[in-house]
Design a protein around this ligand. Structure first.
Ligand code: NAD
Length: 695
């Protein structure tokens, strides 16, 4: 007897129940069990119809992605689908919750589908860089109009039961007990003399000339697919469904699936999928660590970050009190929050009633005494150690015992901040990224004394706030900004040597970065980096940076906010325009340092900037600042606009080959400012052993 599925016969209806929690993933054991029970139902003359049902939450979440990396195990899903097609009795899928990917393919190979109102049906494979590989691309457009089928498959977005009913994907929405209703439905089919309705035998739902239709669709999808191959491969499969016999279409689908699964984009996206699930695993903090209750929050500082952080709490339904030192700063901050929500309402992405509810959860005060009962306090005041220490000293005296005291510092030593209190074990870093209500990354900085349950609670809270929480140890810049400093260093050295800001930006953007470094500095404000560098010049005598960035700042060119930075900006526009004045500043700096300029290739630009990230990432890994290479990848993917199809800097380096990366770094050591390149011992070690960062 199988443990992952059950079989029973009720009133002449065979009921095959998928029981493979949490999501009825279609691993090998479940596939084999379904196949076995389908045969059993077919062979039993007392059985007149069959129902395939999952749990209330999940009909099935689809394939087990881990199996993609291994040789295909039999029976595979197409084998199961063939048996469904061949079943001599009507087969009904009873969809209680989600039917996704292989789960929907399983439902599509059933002859009829009934669904609970809360069901969600979708083919999200495209999000992992692949396509529905078990007949989904062939069956869906035989039941749903082709244009809708293509939309579902190329966006990967699921549709609710009601919409599925409208499109014909679901035959009936049932509101009572799903099992009882589906048995009733199946018995009804038998009574009405309706036999199997096999989708593979039905014509595709496309009216008009397929050629013209697919030319149009291809053009549209190409525009939206941003260089990812999967969406266009899906369109090709859909075209095969419209123009070829089912089995031919299936063959094409299989071949295209195999190609995509082996391709770098899908490998990177799958890496990202697993990496995201890894970040909350902390070796010495077991998953069942008891967490503290977070029912009330406070944020100190109503500036750029504080406002966004407060929105996160309100969005998650957690009441939050925002504190600033003056009424004026507080009012300004809260007004920004309100304007921000109002803009979302104006765009139709938030209901006015939801905005009101969220604003109702945000309270302002200038009296620290009002946050004594908060379960977590997040400090987002000026980036100065003395200011932060003074504040934490005060919080220690005010806030109830057991509360978590968190700091949003981007560069300061969390241990020194914690030392200002008598409860360092309750102090943790929560490094949000700007804009804090939008960016998914949350670096959770574990201080030397941070208690395990404080860490576990903060990680869990991060997920509640819909962030990707990644643990970082204490160091200057934590994971993300420490690496960014090396990236920035190279981007500026490239200017010294002859590249222009626009060439560097163009090279990195066409490689896949969401934004080039100079456009990014201009957006963030050049003065911020300048302040940090000024401190570094004092604190770290070995700190070498091209002074060209300082020259830009000395001219008051702070970026978008002053209309000028590494680019110029027309009033009201964020579009970076090349500026001859910048060229002159760079030229004059080059003469000052007497560097001989040369033509620099885009390849070199990309390698120098990206390998600078990789090399620093290797130090971070080796020092234990990051728990695993995939955490570093997640930081860059969710906080720094790193292209998902490249899987993060460490995964990318693995793909290039660490020996090759090391070789290039050794070449860079011979070039301009070569002494700044110090290959990380971990990189050298792994390269010599032919190993990878990501296992
Ligand atoms: P900001 O200057 O916009 O806001 C700081 C706010 O704190 C101001 O409203 C100020 O009035 C208030 N404040 C200062 N001292 C206070 C005190 N003692 N009590 C109460 N309120 C006080 O600064 P920001 O950009 O929001 O940065 C805040 C923190 O977040 C800093 O530590 C910064 O390094 C960090 N951070 C900033 C960014 C960013 O992109 N801006 C990103 C990540 C982290």
């Amino acid at each position: 007897m199988s443990e992952v599925a059950r079989y029973a016969v009720r009133d002449g209806v065979a009921v095959i129940t998928l029981d493979n929690p949490p999501v009825n993933g279609l691993g090998n054991a479940l596939r084999a069990a379904i196949l076995e029970y389908l045969k059993k139902a077919d062979a039993d003359p007392a059985v007149k119809a069959a129902v395939l049902i999952g749990s209330a939450k999940a009909f099935s979440g689809g394939a087990d992605i881990r199996e993609f990396n291994a040789p295909r195990l039999k029976p595979d899903l197409p084998d199961v689908n063939d048996a469904q097609d061949a079943l001599s009795k009507p087969l009904v899928a009873a969809i209680g919750g989600f039917a996704l990917g292989g789960g929907l393919e399983l439902a599509l190979a059933c002859h009829y589908r009934v669904a609970a109102p809360r069901a969600q049906l979708g083919l999200p494979e495209v999000k992992l860089g692949i396509l529905p590989g078990s007949g989904g691309t062939q069956r869906l457009p035989r039941i749903v109009p082709m244009a809708e089928a293509v939309k579902m498959m190329t966006t990967g977005n699921p549709i609710p039961a009601e919409k599925a009913k409208e499109l014909g994907l679901v035959d009936e929405i049932v509101t009572g007990d799903l099992l009882e209703e589906s048995i009733r439905y199946a018995s009804g089919l038998v009574k009405a003399g309706r036999g199997p309705r096999v989708l593979r035998n039905m014509p595709p739902k496309l009216e008009g000339d397929p050629k013209a239709f697919f030319a149009r669709v291809r053009e549209q999808v190409a525009k939206e697919s941003k260089g990812y191959p999967a969406p266009l491969e899906i369109v090709a499969c859909a075209e095969a469904a419209a123009t070829l016999p089912f089995d031919e279409g299936r063959k094409q689908e299989r071949a295209r699936f195999d190609k995509l699964v082996q391709g770098p984009e899908s490998k990177a996206l799958r890496h990202m999928f697993f990496a995201e699930r890894q970040t909350s695993k902390i070796p010495d903090v077991p998953e069942d660590t008891a967490v503290r209750e977070i029912a009330k929050a406070a944020v100190i500082g109503a500036g750029t970050m504080g406002g966004g952080i407060a929105m996160n709490f309100a969005n998650a339904g957690i009441p939050v009190t925002v504190v600033d030192s003056t009424q004026e700063a507080l009012d300004r901050g809260l007004k920004k929050v309100k304007d921000n929500y109002a803009a979302t309402v104006a765009k139709g992405r938030l209901a006015q009633s939801d905005m009101d509810k969220r604003m109702g959860l945000i309270h302002g005060t200038i009296n620290l005494g009002n946050i004594a009962d908060a379960d977590i306090v997040i400090e987002a005041v000026f980036e100065r150690m003395d200011v932060k220490q003074e504040l934490f000293r005060k919080l220690d005296g005010i806030v109830k015992q057991g509360a978590i005291l968190a700091t949003n510092t981007s560069t300061l030593d969390v241990d020194r901040i914690a030392a200002a209190t008598t409860r360092a074990e309750d102090v943790v870093g929560t490094h949000f990224f700007s804009p804090a209500n939008v960016m998914r990354l949350l670096e959770v900085v574990r201080g030397r004394k941070t208690a395990r349950d404080v860490l576990a609670t903060t990680m869990k809270l991060g997920k509640r706030l819909k962030k990707v929480p990644v643990v970082s140890g204490v160091c200057d810049g934590f994971i993300g900004n420490r690496m960014l400093e090396k990236y920035g260093q190279q981007s500026l050295f490239l200017l010294d040597e002859g590249a222009s800001p626009q060439q560097v930006d163009r090279a990195l953007q066409s490689w896949g970065m969401a934004m080039g470094p100079f456009a990014m500095y201009d957006m963030a404000g050049n003065d911020i980096g300048w302040e940090i560098r000024k401190r570094r010049y004092q604190e770290r005598p070995d700190f070498v940076y091209s002074r060209v960035a300082d020259r830009i700042c000395e001219q008051g060119r702070f970026g978008q906010k002053t209309g000028k930075g590494f680019y110029k900006y027309e009033a009201g526009s964020r579009k970076p325009l090349p500026d001859p004045e910048v060229e002159a500043i760079i030229d004059s700096y080059r003469s000052e340092i007497k560097v001989k300029t040369r033509a620099i290739t885009d390849d070199e630009i990309v390698q120098r900037c990206i390998y600078a990230l990789v090399n620093e990432g290797a130090y971070i890994l080796e020092e234990g600042i990051a728990l695993r290479a995939s955490d570093i990848d997640m930081v860059y993917l969710t906080g720094y606009g790193f292209p998902p199809y490249r899987g993060g800097p460490m995964f990318y380096a693995d793909g290039v080959g660490l020996d090759k990366v090391l070789q290039s770094i050794r070449e860079f050591q011979k070039g301009y400012q070569g002494a700044q390149w110090k290959p990380a011992p971990l990189l050298s070690k792994l390269a010599s052993q032919g190993k990878r960062f990501n296992g």
